[in-house]
Design a protein around this ligand. Structure first.
Ligand code: PGA
Length: 261
């Protein structure tokens, strides 16, 4: 895997599109991704379309392909599961683990999430661990404790920046069209980074990246990505249209280029 630039812009297509639509969108996104080298762009198509998407990418495309989830075991009698090794085998670079929709719909527990992380790292995939609090936790002032518990339960101790990123996705902001405020994002990311220093015992500059996800759109991406504690974004709805995803990639490129001068 080539060394990733600092910021990540990842699209999560969830259970959307058909085969032809996935191929077309991937072709368009790869054009935007390959036309710049300031940010690392990735997409997570529905697993069944990954080989179709892979086929439309050029051999030297820089676009990362990702799975939306993986099994907790490397192989075996687990009907319906797809293992991290299988994702790697069909050309994936990374996998989302612990997305709130998987936690809610498939009943993923912290121990499952930790096992998934370990198998994915073993398979050579970059892991994007998704964490986030419910609206009730935020209202009750418990958000920090929830994030801390999710991190402590899932993180292996000897993980490196190249192997793992964190996506902070407040559940109340996902798919609602209302992103968290800049203040909320900054506070949560600062807390996550402090926790990473404690749990991993690493220096701040070698820590895993911390991405924000939850209603990232072309009209708020620049402000969110401009926060110094935000190392990228995980985008759902707005990644399903080439033009809106391209605009978010453009914001990340702008922020990265500005911070270099
Ligand atoms: P959204 O989804 O951008 O549609 O809110 C984000 C996600 O679930 O990763």
């Amino acid at each position: 895997m080539h060394a990733a630039p600092a910021r990540l812009v990842l699209g999560n297509w969830k259970m959307h599109l058909d085969a032809a639509g996935a191929a077309e969108l991937a072709r368009a996104v790869s054009r935007y991704a390959d036309a710049q080298n300031a940010v690392q762009v990735g997409i997570c198509p529905p697993a069944i379309y990954i080989p179709i998407v892979k086929q439309v990418l050029t051999d030297d495309s820089t676009l990362w392909l990702g799975g939306q989830d993986c099994g907790a075991k490397p192989f075996g009698a687990y009907t319906g599961d797809i293992s991290a090794m299988m994702l790697k085998d069909v050309g994936c670079h990374f996998v989302l683990i612990g997305h709130s929709e998987c936690r809610a719909n498939h009943g993923d527990k912290d121990s499952d999430i930790q096992n998934k992380i370990l198998t994915a790292i073993y398979a050579g995939l970059h892991v994007v661990l998704c964490i986030g609090e419910h609206a009730a936790d935020r209202k009750a002032g418990n958000w920090a404790a929830v994030l801390e518990a999710q991190l402590r339960a899932a993180l292996p101790h000897d993980v490196r920046r190249e192997q793992l990123s964190i996506a902070y996705e407040p559940i109340w902001a996902i798919g609602t069209g209302v992103a968290a405020t800049e203040k909320d994002i900054a506070q949560a990311h600062e807390l996550i980074k402090q926790q990473l220093v404690q749990i991993l015992g690493q220096q701040p500059d070698s820590l895993p990246r911390v991405l924000y996800g939850g209603s990232v759109k072309p009209n708020n991406a620049l402000e969110i990505l401009s926060l110094s504690v935000v190392d990228g974004v995980l985008v759902g709805g707005a990644s399903l249209e080439a033009s809106s995803f391209a605009s978010i990639i453009q914001s990340a490129t702008q922020v990265t280029t500005a911070s270099r001068v």
